[in-house]
Design a protein around this ligand. Sequence first.
Ligand code: PAF
Length: 286
Amino acid sequence: MSDKPPALPPIDRTVDAIRTRVIAWRDAGEGVALVPTMGALHNGHLVLVTAAKERASRVIVSIFVNPLQFAPTEDFAAYPRDLDGDVALLSTVGTDAVFAPEGAEMYPAGFATQITVGGPAEGLETAFRPQHFAGVATVVAKLLIACGPEIAVFGEKDYQQLLVVRRMVRDLMLPVEIVGHATVREADGLALSSRNAYLSPEERQQAPTIHRALQDAAAALRAGELGGTVVAEARQRLTEAGFDVDYVELRNAETLALPVHQEREPLRLLAAARLGRTRLIDNIAV
Ligand code: PAF
């Protein structure tokens, strides 16, 4: 057995470079999947790459901290960046290429187009981050057009984002299948997120309460309790545990509309809450 570390995947910095690579793969009859990321990679991302690898012979991971999806008050400048570390991690899961454009490659001078999604983008995150999904939809469309995969894989931790991307892809008739992958969690239930790095040791202890509150709320709903009561209880539990709650909501799992017939619809519970300076989001199927 060789002790040699796996070879690092090549890094393409321009749209021309990634397109040339993908054309060569296609000419050789290979299938292509994309995993879009903002870097600061953790095991949750690596699981997405492994899932992509099961569906396509070639996997591209994009790494781009997208300024368009951050509000001026948010952590764009401070967002953790470690391209070398990310690429080393990606080499362990068989990534075939990294697409890591600079800001000016994605948004050259004069850039003036944004994609606004309605439907699943309304409410929830949008009530607190009004420009966020326009930024996400715009960059994801550009990444899909640049890389031309037939599959793109997204984590369910950002459940609203997953549905927004699906809606955008359908509405713009982009020829790509959007695959959602179950949230990867720590042993204590905390959803993996690059922003967990901001938590103090005490906050890290408290953070899994968000998952536990959602689990208990989902169990109560399955036992027939009313959505309004269950959501209010989960919210109160989080507040008592020291969270500053943005929302806990019960929604239709396919459209994110408010449920009309709780007992006959696929349901999803979604929450966002701040612990100190860290904003955590999570969700769970009911
Ligand atoms: O989920 C993320 O990391 C980002 O929102 C995405 C999809 C890479 C777009 O910038």
